[in-house]
Each structure stands twice: as structure tokens, then as C-alpha cells.
Design a protein around this ligand. Structure first.
Ligand code: NAP
Length: 309
């Protein structure tokens, strides 16, 4: 990655020029940088979320005016920049009481948590669920959200320090999967029953074990691949492991309609107003994005991370 001057131009019809105040770091940025996910063009920019202030609006923009505080997540890559032109329909107004840094840190991880827990598999009070990488950005938000629903949370983490952090954010049972067999521990915790849903963003390393943690007719939500892409599998596996379901969701499809985007953001903002904490545990200068990537990939970060332009 290289820091370069470019001309962002003027906003056209339906577009807004943003002065970005904080950019969110997400694991998808690593997939875009490494080539695991293709960028629309090269050379290009990466980054999927930011917060900032509207500087200028193009013809036909009625919802926003210069000076408005906005944030976004779930549009084309290109957030690693000081200024950016965005289509107005992908922006969300940031309410008073939510700071820019917090907004930039939580839009993608928070709206992901919303769709995963409320729409992909609507978790009910009293259910026990398995959530991998529980001390990460999505993980810490999800632990708190699941507690608010009234679920029992089993979370996997890479170290004892991360286990403490996850517990402090509502995780009932932590499993240090680098040294413990998480399938055995989940069976122990659930009296041999398994869980109705597994949220797996680790991918390759946990895929097989996650399927083995499910109850009959349980749902495997494979929503990321921090350790690598999960293996191809025979559909018959789902029969033999208990008539299982599998889905591979992505936030883009859950907030594609503007009404869904605004509803998801509203639910997230309400959660934050009601006490959910977005832990911005790392911040870097945007120019140091390469170091931020190294730390994220080396599993050195916890909670959310922002890059400051
Ligand atoms: N599908 C969607 O809509 C969607 C949206 C947002 C995020 N995601 C996915 O959700 C996951 C979490 O995203 P995030 O931005 O919040 O990142 P994060 O959880 O803060 O960071 C990734 C974590 O994954 C764990 N991990 C396990 N094996 C790893 C490996 N080999 N290399 C690196 N990390 C490994 C690490 O935690 P431990 O040390 O505790 O294992 C690491 O801290 C990512 O997989 C991301 O792609 C998906």
C-alpha cells in the first residue's frame, strides 16, 4: 500500500463529497489487499467504512447538506482516503451522542452483528450459541448483543487475555481454541446437545469442528475466513451430520435496499444508546494502514480499530 495524492473531483448528480474524519479497519480490507477478494480496478483503494462531514453536494441531493455528519459501510472499496465522493443513498446520518471515531469503528461490524443475530438466524432468549473470534471487532459487539437478547454465549478466543476481554463483554463461556478442543468443550457446556447456530468467521481452521458443534437441523453461518477459505464439501455431509443448514452471508446483501440500511443502522444506534460499547482498542494514522494490517493479521488487535486521516 502506498500513500498517494489523487484528485477526487466534484460530486455529480446524486453524489456527496465527504471530508472523512475516521476510517474503520475491517478484516475484509485484508482480503481486498491480499487479492483473496478482487478489487474492481487496479491500481485502486481499499476500505469499506468511514465517518465524516459533508463538504459539498451534487445536483439532486436533498437528504444531505454541507456540515452534516454521516457514516457509511457496505459500498465499493475506497475508504482509505481523506476525501471521498459517495452516492447519497449509501450514507447514514450519524445521530448526536455518537462520535465520529465510534461511528467509523462500528458501522460495518455493528450492522453485520445486527443482520447475523436478528435476520440470518434470529437468536431467541434462552438459546446457547457459539460465536468464534469473540474478542475481535465483530466478536465483542456480538457478545454484548447476544446478552441483551438473553442468549448464553460460548465464544472462542486465541489467548487468555482475549478470554478475559470477551467475558467482560458478556461471553458466558470462553474457549481458548489454540489449546482446547472447542468441539469437546461445546458438547460439555451443552450437555452433549450442541448448539442451534454457529457463527463462524474463522473459516478453514474451524469449519469442520463448527459443523460438529451443531444440533440436528442446526445452522452453520460461515461469514468470514480469517484463517483461510473453508474447504469445499459434499452436500451429503449435511445429512450425515444431522440435516444441517449452511449459509454464507455478506452484509452487502442485507443492506442493499436503502430501507434495510437505515433500519439496520437505527437498530445499531439504539443498541449503543442502550449501553452497548464499541471498543476502539487501536487507532493508527491512515498513513500507517500497512502496520494496522500487519497487526490485524497477526491477531494482535482486539475489538475495533480505526485509521485517522
Ligand atoms: N460476511 C460479512 O458480512 C462480514 C462482515 C464483517 C466481518 N466479517 C468477517 O468477520 C470476521 C471478523 O472481522 P473483524 O473485522 O471483526 O476482525 P477481528 O475479529 O477483529 O479479527 C479477526 C480475528 O480472527 C481470529 N483468527 C483466527 N484465526 C486467524 C488467522 N489465521 N489469522 C488472523 N486472524 C485469525 C483472531 O482472533 P483470535 O486470536 O481470538 O482467534 C483475529 O483477531 C472476519 O472473518 C471478517 O471477514 C464478515
Amino acid at each position: 500500500m502506498r500513500w498517494e495524492e489523487i484528485d477526487v473531483g466534484e460530486p455529480g448528480a446524486g453524489e456527496v463529497l465527504l471530508k472523512q474524519t475516521a476510517v474503520g479497519l475491517n478484516f475484509i480490507d485484508v482480503y481486498h489487499r491480499s487479492g483473496a477478494y478482487k478489487l474492481p480496478q487496479l491500481p485502486g483503494s481499499i476500505g469499506m467504512e468511514a465517518a465524516g462531514v459533508v463538504e459539498a453536494v451534487g445536483p439532486g441531493v436533498t437528504e444531505f447538506k454541507p456540515g452534516d455528519r454521516v457514516a457509511y459501510a457496505g459500498y465499493a472499496p475506497g475508504a482509505y482516503t481523506e476525501r471521498r465522493i459517495m452516492p447519497d443513498h449509501r450514507l447514514v446520518p450519524v445521530p448526536d451522542g455518537i462520535e465520529d471515531n465510534q461511528a467509523a469503528a462500528m458501522m460495518l461490524q455493528g450492522m453485520t452483528t445486527e443482520y447475523l443475530l436478528c435476520r440470518t438466524y434470529p437468536v431467541k432468549a434462552g438459546e446457547t450459541v457459539l460465536f468464534h473470534a469473540a474478542a475481535g471487532g465483530v466478536g465483542l459487539i456480538a457478545c454484548q448483543w447476544l446478552k441483551k437478547i438473553g442468549a448464553t454465549v460460548i465464544g472462542t478466543v486465541g489467548s487468555d487475555e482475549k478470554a478475559e476481554l470477551a467475558k467482560a463483554h458478556g461471553c458466558d463461556h470462553t474457549i481458548v481454541y489454540s489449546r482446547e478442543n472447542f468441539v469437546e468443550r461445546v458438547k460439555e457446556i451443552t450437555d452433549g446437545k450442541g448448539v442451534p447456530v454457529v457463527y463462524d468467521s474463522v473459516g478453514k481452521d474451524t469449519w469442520e469442528g463448527s459443523l460438529d458443534c451443531l444440533q440436528q437441523r442446526g445452522l452453520m453461518v460461515s461469514f468470514g475466513a480469517a484463517s483461510g477459505t473453508p474447504p469445499d464439501f459434499s452436500v451429503n455431509t449435511l445429512q450425515f451430520k444431522g440435516s444441517l443448514y449452511v449459509t454464507r452471508p455478506t452484509m452487502l446483501h442485507y443492506v442493499a435496499e436503502r430501507s434495510d440500511l437505515l433500519k439496520s443502522a437505527k437498530t445499531l444506534f439504539e443498541m449503543v444508546r442502550n449501553g452497548l460499547k464499541v471498543e476502539v482498542n487501536q487507532s493508527y494514522a491512515l498513513k500507517d494502514a500497512a502496520q494496522a494490517h500487519r497487526d490485524l493479521e497477526a491477531r494482535k488487535t482486539t475489538g475495533s480499530t480505526i485509521l485517522l486521516p
